[in-house]
Design a protein around this ligand. Sequence first.
Ligand code: KG4
Length: 338
Amino acid sequence: MSTVILGIESSCDDTSAAVVSDGVLLSNVIAGQSVHEAYGGVVPELASRAHQQNIVPVVSEAIRRAGIERGNLSAVAFTRGPGLLGSLLVGVSFAKGLAASLEIPLIDVNHLHAHVLAHFIRTAEEVDRPQPRFPFLCLLVSGGNSQIIRVDSPFEMEIIGRTIDDAAGEAFDKCAKVMGLGYPGGPVVNRLAAEGNPSAFSFAKPNVAAYDYSFSGLKTSFLYTLRDRLALEPDFVERHKADLCASLQACIVEVLMRKLRKAAKDLRIAEVALAGGVSANSALRESLRAHAQQFGWTIHIPPIQFTTDNAAMVAITGHYKYLRGDFCSMDVQPYARV
Ligand code: KG4
């Protein structure tokens, strides 16, 4: 009999459900929330309400697209944290109710663990897609995290570097916001950067210990550049938007890659993977490819739909936990922080 896992993700502003059968992805449905665009960032209360509206149709659609019945499910896996508590509560409560009604096991999944295991998602079209070999380094960059993780097996991983303030995605989003580019700003900066000169401006690069990151100084330096230049040239942002975006992007990518390079060299690991929403960034992907050429790294960049928040990664993590019999109890609670 097949092992069929339903994954549910609701940690931030995407409601997602996915079905994995014997480790192969059958469906992955994601409902985003445009309600936050008007506010320039995710509004937690609105996110919870939107999850509440979306969760039933999204799960039903994932089961329908997978071509299965609810009764075929072996277990329900859900994101327990970290994330927004109100958003997590919707997914956790739904997962509990479904698992209880079907009398099947419940599996709690750590969101960051799932981002790393996204590299092990296999689809029917790409069953033989190369997967990272252990040990590998995973650069996890999203709106809430910037980490370098040493991964020794699906269940042994250590965060060896992390941001001490803002995450890389936050740096993209906050700088985009002051340029009036809307939310989330990362993809817009990426698009505009294609027309700009990455050396036009330079911003402060942090100097923090070991493999840690810091982006608050870079952000402040970006703000001060805008403030000083706007005082002389009121349409400065409008006239230099592409160059500002290209320079900001180049700076963030260089900061990210510098520490990753150091970690790979020090730990003598040449298997390197990218995860999280910011890994959609074309300059970061390009830089990783250039590093692979220069340093002989074997690199792994997941398809874009598995880099942003998605339930496929939760379902595959649930699959591995199911094989170990690693279930949680019905009184499990979500957590906002690691
Ligand atoms: O992993 P993710 O979907 O979820 C959260 O952490 O919430 O990451 C979202 C982040 C946002 O900060 C967004 O601006 C950034 O990923 N992002 C990008 C790009 N696409 C998404 N940043 C730079 N370039 C992109 N192409």
